[in-house]
Ligand binder design. Structure first.
Ligand code: DAH
Length: 409
């Protein structure tokens, strides 16, 4: 809104809002009683600082009055206003932008006044105006940066702070080894099967040719479920062999990784739970030679091509013949160390040809089909590969231990 008054130097003067107009009327009445000093020739008065303010109730408005000596004085006055303008938050910043830099803002309106400047002064005035524009913009830019780095109003949260890095976990060494073992056997056409950890006596013992009074049951101290004495925590992964054979789908070429439980005293070398991988291959005409070739391939892939292998005759009720397989100690190059107990050999797994009784227990014709099986612990090769000296570390959830496997494979 512009108002014309002869008292204001006979010029159109900008006032803001209806409050400004009311104020202007009261101003005109009071100024006629007590006229201010005459403006310099060609000058007038500019009313500043009225935007969003209440009309003054006394003559204090006079401090908003300053002599106007053309565009230059206006610029000076606005510069002072900008200097004093306090920008505390995003809301203030936006109000400032609209008032000074907006399309209907002060910078634009002063630019529009350039057309009334005499040609001789145009260049100097243009420069002055440009400087003013930069001044107004610089204040905006620096205030913007400040408010952006402040907390977002009232939330107490500073969104500009750098984020907390996401903690990425790493694979457990047992999982790493299990995965390696699976990958090697998958290349030989073995698929992966799983079975229950709470098992019944038949699948864990009886079907595996271990009748109730068989002394071989003493080999494994078993956890029984108190409320349900027919149930136990499986002592090996061999129970999954039985479950897979019972399904009646032949041939079978599977590995079965999983957790097993035994009532053993916990020490650096043994624990009451650990992990095994079971292997089973049943088809027509499977021989001990197939067993040996499969396991040779496996250990060379796992430990390296230079590793030597030996089979020792052994006894398991569910295989006949049975064997235990050792690999040459990779820690001392078979020279004899504390890990291989000076023998140069490390026992890795038990294996053998599946006992005909076991096949028959699962409804498989033992005259037509033969097969081999093997079972090995996962903890042992993991400890060898990563140089872990205490089996208890695997289950203590100590981050200092687990973090060491970040990026391991
Ligand atoms: N189940 C045996 C154990 O836990 C390991 C084993 C030996 C599994 C020979 C087999 C095998 O499948 O044929 O000690």
């Amino acid at each position: 809104m512009f108002i014309h008054s002869p008292i204001l130097g006979g010029k159109f003067t900008k006032v803001f809002g209806w409050n400004g107009i009311l104020w202007m009327i009261s101003y005109i009445i009071s100024i006629e009683k007590n006229p201010p000093p005459a403006p310099p020739p060609g000058g007038g008065y500019i009313l500043i600082g009225l935007a969003n303010r209440q009309p003054p109730t006394d003559n204090s408005f006079l401090r908003y009055l300053c002599p106007m000596n053309g565009l230059q004085e206006k610029i000076e006055a606005y510069k002072k206003e900008i200097e004093a303008y306090s920008i505390q938050n995003a809301k203030d910043l936006e109000a400032y932008r609209i008032q000074f830099l907006g399309t209907k803002g002060i910078v634009k309106s002063l630019m529009a006044e350039m057309k009334d400047v005499p040609v001789a002064e145009k260049k100097a005035m243009g420069q002055l105006l440009n400087e003013f524009k930069n001044f107004a913009e610089e204040k905006y830019a620096s205030a913007k940066e400040l408010t952006e780095h402040q907390e977002v109003e009232g939330t107490g949260i500073d969104y500009s702070l750098p984020g907390q890095p996401m903690l990425t976990g790493s694979r457990h060494p047992i999982s790493l080894m299990r995965q390696r073992i699976i990958q090697i056997f998958q290349r030989l056409g073995f698929s992966v099967a799983d079975g229950p950890e709470i098992e019944d006596d038949w699948h864990n013992f009886t079907a595996l040719n271990l009748p109730e009074d068989h002394p071989a049951r003493d080999m494994q101290d078993t956890f029984y479920v108190q409320q349900q004495p027919a149930w136990l925590l499986r002592t090996h992964t061999s129970n999954v062999q039985i479950r897979e054979m019972q399904k009646g789908k032949l041939p079978i070429r599977m590995i079965m990784p999983g957790r097993v439980y035994r009532n053993e005293t916990i020490s650096a070398r043994s624990h009451c739970f650990f992990h095994q991988v079971e292997g089973l291959y049943i088809d027509e005409q499977v021989s001990f030679a197939d067993l040996k070739q499969t396991l040779y391939f496996f250990v060379r892939e796992l430990f390296g091509q230079h590793v030597k292998v030996r089979f020792r005759p052994s006894y398991f009720p569910f295989t006949e013949p049975s064997a235990e397989m050792d690999v040459s100690c990779m820690l001392c190059d078979s020279k004899g160390c504390s890990v291989c107990k000076k023998t140069g050999w490390l026992e890795i797994l038990g294996c053998g040809m599946v006992h005909p009784n076991v096949l028959e227990n699962c409804g498989i014709d033992s005259n037509k089909y033969t097969g081999f099986a093997f079972g090995m612990g996962i903890e042992r090769p993991t400890m060898l590969k990563y140089g872990i000296k205490d089996i208890r570390l695997f289950s203590e959830n100590d981050l200092r231990f687990l973090k060491q496997f970040t990026g391991a494979y």
